[in-house]
Structures are given as C-alpha cells and as structure tokens.
Design a protein around this ligand. Structure first.
Ligand code: HEC
Ligand code: HEC
Length: 290
C-alpha cells in the first residue's frame, strides 16, 4: 500500500511539473487543495512547522529561509552546502543576522531525490527570494541530490561545512545571556507518567534500552547531540516528530513535561522554576554543563 501511494504521488508530481492544470484536475478531492509547485507541497508537509509558512522561521529558534537562502547560494560552495543540509541535517550553533541558533535540523534522507530538489528550489525561489538570487542560479536537479546521498554525513559534519562556507563568520556575542535549564519536579513527574504510556515502547524503560529504533534519550550520545545548546531544539524536535505516529498530538504543556522528565533522567536538577513553553524563553535556557 505505501508503495502504491508513493507511485501515485510521484505520478502526481510528474504531472504537476508537466502541466499544473492537469495536476489540479487529477488531484484527489479529499486532500488539501493541490498546488502546482511540488516544492511548495513538500515544504508544507515537512518544513512549515519550524520554518513557517512565510519562510521567516522563529527568531532565535528556527532560522529564516526567506531573505537568507539566496545569500547562502551566493557563496562559493553554497549550493553544495544546501543539498547536504537537506539530506543530512544540521547540528551546532549558527548565527544569522546577529541572531544565534543552536538548534538541530533533522536530516531528510527519507525524502526522494525529486522531493529534495523540489523543496530546495522552493526555498531558493519561493517568497521574494527569487528577486535576490545570484544571476547564474540554476534550479536544483534530481541527479545532483542522488550524487550526494552516498556521502552519509553526520549533521555535525554539515555544521563544519557551514563554518568553512562562512569563514568570516564572526559569531557576534549574543546579547541575551543564557542560564542552565530549569524545570520543576512536578513537571518531571507528570512527564514520567506520559513517557511510560507514550514513549517507553520505543525508547525503553531506562531511556536507553528501547526497541523499534527509538534513539537513546540518555547518556553520552544524547548529551553530545542535545547538550551543547539550549533546550529549545530538543523541545521542538520532540513536539514536531514524536511520537512518530501522531507527532504534535499532545499539548505544549505535556511536551514540556516529558522533556522535563528526559532532562531529570539525564541528571539535570529540578528547581522551583518551570520549563517554559515559549520557544524564545527556552532559547535562553542552556543544556550546557561545565
Ligand atoms: C524540527 C524543526 C525543523 C524542520 C521540520 C525543518 N528544519 Fe530546517 N532548520 C531547523 C533548525 C533548528 C536549523 C538550524 C540548525 C542549527 O542551528 O544548527 C535549520 C536549518 C535549515 C537550513 C540551513 C540554514 C543555514 O543558514 O545554514 C535550511 C536550508 C533549512 N533548514 C531548510 C529546511 C527545509 C527545506 C525543511 C523541510 C524539508 C526543513 N528545513 C525542516 C529546523 C527545522
Ligand atoms: C514508534 C516508536 C517511537 C515512539 C512511540 C516514540 N519515539 Fe522518539 N524516536 C523514535 C525514533 C525511531 C527516533 C529516531 C529517529 C528520528 O530522529 O526521527 C526517535 C527520536 C527521539 C528523540 C531524539 C533523540 C535523538 O537523539 O535523536 C527524542 C527526544 C524522542 N524521540 C522523544 C520521544 C518522546 C518524548 C516520545 C513520547 C512522547 C517518543 N519519542 C515516542 C521512535 C519513537
């Protein structure tokens, strides 16, 4: 069945590229209104939650793509970098327009080559970006994506690529000072209950003995992946991706509770200050321990 759906989707994409009007006419009535641009559709399905409809992201949490992607493309190596960000994700602190982002962009290796090319073209040419593109810009091609897949870089390695790309990258000292993450013991206790019912099957009773591919949520690997920046990306990832069969299904409060539980299991201490739900406030709470 999923195979069939894929074939149907590809066919729809091919149609959309050859004839937008036809794709519209053929799109199943039950789904959202079809848009002629396959990249817009991939974007709406996979990127909107973080980078937002208008491509402006969320200040300090999810970087903007509008007004920003053309600038990356204008740099030598920018095009190659963008393909790798999409396929392999990005992990580590970056600075855009004086604003720091210390988040994690999930890898999108699961998207097909044509979906990756389409969404890159959308990020490059969507919104008013098309007016700012370098003159020699050519649309991303399916073959370019296929050629890079086998590199299988880590998200951290992509961050190193970015540093090279922006070698004049003077990370301007962030204006706001951050402090160690806070959460209350009530949050952690509520979160434990939620965790046992919704997460333990995959991530395990001790958070590092899971089945069904659940990544360890405790220990060196977890600390290395999430412990270098603020709590915002961990919260955002959990909310946007977990549990995998119904991501985003729980309330913000419940996501904060379960994150508080994960933190307590990693040795962070509860206090009388709650873990906030607001991403901007979360951005000021670091997971970095000395
Ligand atoms: C769960 C949230 C999330 C989702 C979903 C997401 N991103 Fe990102 N994205 C981020 C974060 C956070 C960063 C910055 C990572 C960092 O600070 O290391 C980022 C970085 C990027 C960058 C690099 C920006 C730069 O300056 O280097 C691009 C391009 C990008 N995302 C495009 C996309 C596209 C296209 C999609 C959909 C296929 C997508 N993102 C989905 C969170 C997300
Ligand atoms: C059906 C199995 C499944 C369930 C249920 C599930 N997860 Fe996951 N989780 C995964 C898989 C697989 C990954 C790694 C894949 C990925 O990064 O998207 C993951 C990754 C994560 C990560 C990132 C870990 C890392 O370092 O990459 C966090 C945090 C997380 N899950 C939290 C939760 C929470 C909290 C719940 C319950 C609300 C939950 N998960 C429920 C399967 C599951």
């Amino acid at each position: 069945m999923p195979m069939l759906m894929n074939v149907l989707r590809r066919t729809a994409l091919a149609l959309a590229m050859s004839s937008p009007a036809m794709a519209l006419a053929q799109s199943p009535a039950a789904t959202k209104p079809a848009t002629a641009d396959p990249g817009a559709r991939v974007y709406a399905a996979n990127c909107v939650a973080c980078h937002q409809d208008n491509g402006q992201g969320v200040v300090g949490v999810f970087p903007p793509l509008v007004g920003h992607v053309p600038g990356l493309l204008a740099r030598a190596g920018g095009r190659d970098y963008l393909i790798r960000v999409l396929l392999f994700g990005l992990l580590g602190e970056i600075s855009i327009n004086g604003q720091n982002y210390s988040g994690a962009m999930p890898p999108w290796e699961s998207l097909s080559d044509s979906d990756v090319a389409a969404v890159l073209n959308y990020a490059a040419m969507g919104w008013e970006n098309k007016t700012r593109l370098p003159a020699d810009f050519k649309a991303f091609q399916v073959g370019e994506i296929a050629a890079v897949r086998s590199e299988k870089l880590s998200s951290a390695a992509v961050h190193t690529l970015r540093r090279k790309l922006i070698s004049s990258n003077a990370q301007d000292g962030s204006a706001a000072t951050s402090s160690l993450v806070t959460f209350t013991s009530e949050q952690a206790e509520e979160g434990k209950f939620i965790y046992q019912r919704n997460c333990a099957d995959c991530h395990g009773s001790t958070l590092d003995n899971g089945e069904f591919g659940g990544a360890p949520l405790r220990g060196a690997w977890f600390q290395n992946k999430w412990g270098k920046g603020s709590v915002a990306p961990l919260y955002a990832f959990t909310k946007v991706k977990m549990p995998p069969d119904r991501p985003g299904a729980m309330s913000d409060k419940v996501y904060a509770d379960v994150v508080a539980f994960i933190l307590s299991a990693n040795g962070y201490e509860a206090s009388d200050k709650a873990l906030p739900l607001d991403p901007k406030a979360q951005q000021l709470l670091t997971l970095k321990r000395d």
